[in-house]
Unconditional design. Structure first.
Length: 424
């Protein structure tokens, strides 16, 4: 363990660590009799072993085969206070063991967006040659009702997206394509006010803090995961209005998102077994004159029968490259797009084989460079609160040559992950 973590300079972290562990232990030991009180809690433990085979390219992947083992213990507590006050606390302990923590594969698998999360609530408290330990307060918020307004403050999840495959309007700590475990949406440091208008309308004002960190931060072996230094340039403030008419919800928003001005909209509704959704936004840079980006996605889902649902989406990414030829300048781009291609197609299916076994399949095609990725996840409920799952990700496309990508998914590793989750 790094001795520097125990110096007087950082003794307050020991206090934070001790208090948080105490809260976790208290939550785990809460007697069953508490179930009749306004306190709700749930804990979970997840063990995952991931193995990947990288493309044969020593310049990007020194090792063709890599492995990653993780243990994540999470505690969630919700308290109903006096009147309409509500409190939420959600924290986790994460232990990671990676065969090569500095590799590109581990960055793909173990990176997160920290630009809207202060590092004061995240401690990289244990670090050795192969093992990393984290203590993170993922949610810490208070909310209440004043008249027809709902107010939230603290660290809590925010998403304006209506889609399930491509989510361009999920701006704050968004899920990445390789995030298999999506039971908990990460929280961000924010204030939100929702005010009801009429019977089915709502106006929202959202303010999200930004910090001076890269948008994507690797959680495998990094010395500095983030910063608590507030950045006005990386902060956001948005206003959103939504109205539901005859089962169709239409919403629009506008404001400042980091260094961009942004406007956007979304729509969702359904007719019988068919659900229809769409969303879009356009960014206008506040720093570079004339620089704008547009993203649009439309999709539909259809329930073939009570056990089988299929969804399809088409995504236009104005920030991406129209062909693989643009990837030649990718590593020299100071702000490369998170999604490389310009056009994408996605198909997802959810099938209940038995009440205990569920399968989820996903096909994502980068239409701009003709590469694709197939993902299969099977979840088996051993007991009511114990799950076993198997995830297989198979990418296909021309592999990279030296430091030049020839396709997006051709640079991805083939992944097999075994996971076991227990809820208590």
């Amino acid at each position: 363990m790094d001795v520097a973590l125990l110096t007087n300079k950082d003794t307050h972290w020991c206090f934070v660590f001790a208090v948080t562990i105490s809260v976790l232990a208290f939550g785990i030991l809460v007697p069953a009799a508490w179930s009749s009180t306004p306190v709700e809690r749930e804990g979970s433990a997840r063990v995952a072993a991931t193995y990947d085979r990288n493309p044969i390219n020593p310049d990007l992947y020194p090792n063709q085969y890599e492995s990653d083992e993780q243990l994540l213990v999470r505690e969630s507590i919700k308290v109903k206070g006096p009147r309409s006050l509500r409190f939420e606390f959600n924290a986790y302990l994460l232990a990671m063991n990676s065969s090569d923590r500095s590799s590109l594969s581990q960055t793909l698998l173990n990176s997160s967006s920290e630009v809207n999360r202060a590092s004061a609530l995240d401690r990289h408290w244990y670090r050795t040659e192969k093992l990393d330990g984290y203590l993170t307060i993922d949610r810490l918020s208070v909310s209440g009702t004043v008249g027809r307004a709902e107010i939230y403050a603290g660290r809590f999840p925010i998403s304006l997206s209506t889609m399930s495959i491509f989510t361009p309007n999920d701006f704050f700590a968004p899920y990445r394509p390789l995030d298999f475990y999506r039971d908990y949406k990460p929280g961000v440091d924010a204030v939100r006010l929702d005010h009801g208008i009429g019977k089915k309308g709502q106006v929202s004002v959202i303010g999200v803090a930004g910090y001076e960190v890269p948008r994507i931060v690797s959680r495998a072996g990094a010395q500095n995961q983030g910063s608590s230094r507030l950045s006005v340039g990386n902060s956001a403030i948005l206003a959103r209005a939504a109205q539901t008419l005859r089962g169709l919800e239409v919403a629009a928003f506008a404001g400042k998102l980091a260094t961009d001005n942004i406007i956007g909209a979304s729509v969702q509704g359904g007719v019988r077994q068919v659900g229809m959704r769409g969303e879009l936004h356009q960014k206008q840079s506040r720093v570079t004159a004339g620089l704008s980006q547009t993203q649009v996605v439309v999709g539909a889902d259809y329930r073939l029968n009570p056990k089988f649902v299929i969804a399809g989406e088409q995504f236009y990414n104005g920030a991406g490259y129209a062909s693989a030829l643009g990837y030649e300048d990718l590593f020299d781009n100071p702000a490369p797009p998170l999604v490389l291609g310009q056009l994408y197609s996605g198909i997802a299916g959810l099938y209940e084989v038995t009440p205990l076994l569920h399968l989820r399949t996903l096909l994502v095609v980068n239409d701009s460079d003709r590469s694709f990725l197939v993902s299969l996840r099977g979840v088996f409920s051993v007991t009511e609160r114990t799950d076993l799952s198997l995830v297989v990700v198979a990418p296909q496309g021309p592999p990279p040559q030296q430091l030049v990508l020839k396709s997006e998914f051709g640079a991805y590793p083939t992944i097999v992950s075994l996971q076991a989750s227990v809820y208590f």
